[in-house]
Design a protein around this ligand. Structure first.
Ligand SMILES: [Cu+2]
Length: 348
């Protein structure tokens, strides 16, 4: 009996050790936290404010206009310029207003950099150029994807001034950027919002057939006596948007759907820049095979129907278009759909 008992104990212990070894091997290989096991860079030199003469160029660097995704720059340092302008933009048919814009669009351009890259950012406040039509205004930029002293890098820039600062991309993901000058809500509903994509060092895992960037934002507008439109801060304080749009225009992808092929694996970079309300992002007729919350592959969920994105939250969504047809993507908070947060994907 004693010998048998000892044999069983020894067998169990060996089994446990073996299984521990197995587990630790498996853990080492697949533990997603290893994706985060790399050097991060904190802090950088002070931002510089200058009276630099404004050139004609309003943007430069790895930028594109959603739904397009910009190409990556393959260098340790990436230079990005994105000036602030006041310009008239169209939100829906017959609805235009004087927006405050990063670059020359609302939302601002999609920026794409890679983990480890140093971003050398420069922004001129060119609101003074249209002073007769839209009063000059201080502006700033707040990158949710950066780790810096906000009082320094995100300080307000007077009309006619230029700010330069740098930061290092530490975390992969999809991040909001916005103007942080008070009243922040007002600056954001005037259009100062955008999306930054930070690609992991080895790229996002897996291959897809098509990629699109979708930025959801709210517009709060009121019509003036002369028929033109302007921002309605009271409506924004009540969180009652006039329009909720994908990439800045009311139902634009109903008129001009995103075109794909049946069987395609699609990757959407979705960012709800708000500024007030959540988005319940959904695609009719498929399920999200993978969801990376905030766009970080470590935060993976599978088989999701709807992804809840709070204001300034994001996700990368991967799904297969199962067969030819028309697939509606929408904010399933259905009032938002009626206000414009809806589009179509057509699969041939
Ligand atoms: Cu601003």
């Amino acid at each position: 009996m004693k010998i048998l008992t000892w044999i069983s104990i020894v067998t169990i212990v060996i089994g446990m050790v073996a299984s521990c070894n197995n587990n630790s091997k498996i853990t080492t290989k697949t533990n997603p936290s290893n994706l985060m096991d790399y050097k991060k860079t904190y802090g950088s030199s002070h931002a510089i404010l200058s009276e630099e003469e404004l050139g004609h160029e309003t943007t430069s660097g790895p930028l594109a206009y959603a739904p397009n995704i910009p190409a990556l720059t393959n260098a340790d340092t990436v230079e990005i310029r994105m000036d602030v302008q006041h310009k008239k933009i169209t939100v829906a048919d017959g609805v235009q207003f004087w927006a405050w814009a990063f670059g020359d669009s609302v939302p601002g351009p999609v920026i794409r950099v890679q983990v480890g890259q140093i971003v050398k950012f420069k922004m001129s406040n060119r609101s003074i150029e249209t002073a007769r039509l839209s009063p000059p205004m201080p502006h700033s930029i707040d990158f949710h994807g950066a780790m810096v002293n906000p009082q320094d890098k995100y300080q307000s820039v007077a009309p006619g001034q230029t700010i330069s600062f740098e930061w290092t991309a530490n975390y992969p993901g999809v991040f909001t950027y916005h103007c942080g000058t008070p009243i922040i809500l007002e600056h954001m509903i005037y259009g100062m919002v955008g999306m930054l994509i930070v690609v992991p060092k080895d790229g996002f895992p897996g291959k897809v057939d098509k990629e699109f960037a979708i930025i959801q934002n709210e517009f709060y507008l009121k019509q003036k006596k002369d028929g033109s439109y302007t921002v309605d801060l009271d409506a924004a304080l009540k969180k009652q948007p006039t329009y909720v749009t994908f990439n800045g225009k009311y139902k634009q992808y109903v008129k001009s759907p995103l075109m794909v092929n049946a069987g395609d694996r699609i990757r959407l970079y979705v960012c709800n820049v708000g500024p007030n309300n959540p988005s319940s992002f959904h695609v009719v007729g498929t399920l999200f095979d993978k969801v990376w919350l905030d766009g970080n592959p470590v935060n993976e969920l599978r088989g999701m129907q709807t992804v809840l994105l709070g204001s300034s939250s994001s996700a990368i969504l991967e799904f297969v278009i199962p067969e030819p047809g028309t697939y509606t993507f929408l904010d399933h908070e259905l009032a938002d759909m009626e206000l414009g947060a809806v589009g179509l994907i057509i699969a041939k």
